[in-house]
Write a protein that binds this ligand. Structure first.
Ligand SMILES: [Zn+2]
Ligand SMILES: [Zn+2]
Length: 171
């Protein structure tokens, strides 16, 4: 996927619409499995402001992954934004500006694939949860506590006290 910037070389052109889709199936982030349900959609524009070429696009993606507590798959939608300054990538060596909002293009081609994907990854919730209130699984019998109740007595022992617990014989 690459955007043709040649039309934007004419200084009279103030903005260039950017719109498209990225087809991705799976993403594995340190064992976290993200399954994309729809293509990742993006829409926005490249525009001029104060002598700079700026980009602003809205990104939306719908994916499925397993809940970190109950392990059930759930669907989530991410809405995020990619924005930054467009900089022509002239030479690998002269690239010492490590500004976060720089987006590089080569010649007349702008490829946003990597920028969009890293924005999607950054926008994933830290911990995948089917619901903030998810009760998770019973640590003893493995029952999904959102759906059923079990009769296990789960001892809530502070892990720091577990060491001490071993000193006392069980009655
Ligand atoms: Zn859950
Ligand atoms: Zn149980």
């Amino acid at each position: 996927m690459s955007i043709d910037l040649s039309g934007f070389y004419d200084e009279a052109v103030m903005s260039l619409p950017v719109e498209g889709e990225l087809q991705r199936d799976f993403l594995d982030i340190d064992g976290r499995k993200i399954k994309f349900i729809d293509p990742i959609k993006y829409q926005g524009e490249i525009y001029r402001a104060q002598g700079e070429k700026l980009l602003h696009i809205d990104i939306r993606c719908k994916y499925e992954e397993a809940c970190g507590r109950c392990l059930e798959p759930f669907v989530n939608v991410i809405d995020t934004v990619l924005s930054g300054r467009l900089i022509e990538k002239v030479d690998e060596i002269t690239q010492d500006e490590d500004d976060d909002d720089l987006i590089y293009y080569v010649g007349e081609k702008l490829d946003l694939t990597e920028d969009i994907m890293s924005m999607v990854i950054l926008s994933l919730p830290m911990k995948p949860l089917c619901d903030e209130e998810c009760k998770g699984l019973c640590p003893q019998c493995g029952a999904n506590l959102n759906r059923e109740e079990c009769n296990c007595v789960v001892e809530n022992v502070d892990p720091r006290l577990l060491v001490l617990k071993d000193f006392f014989p069980k009655k």
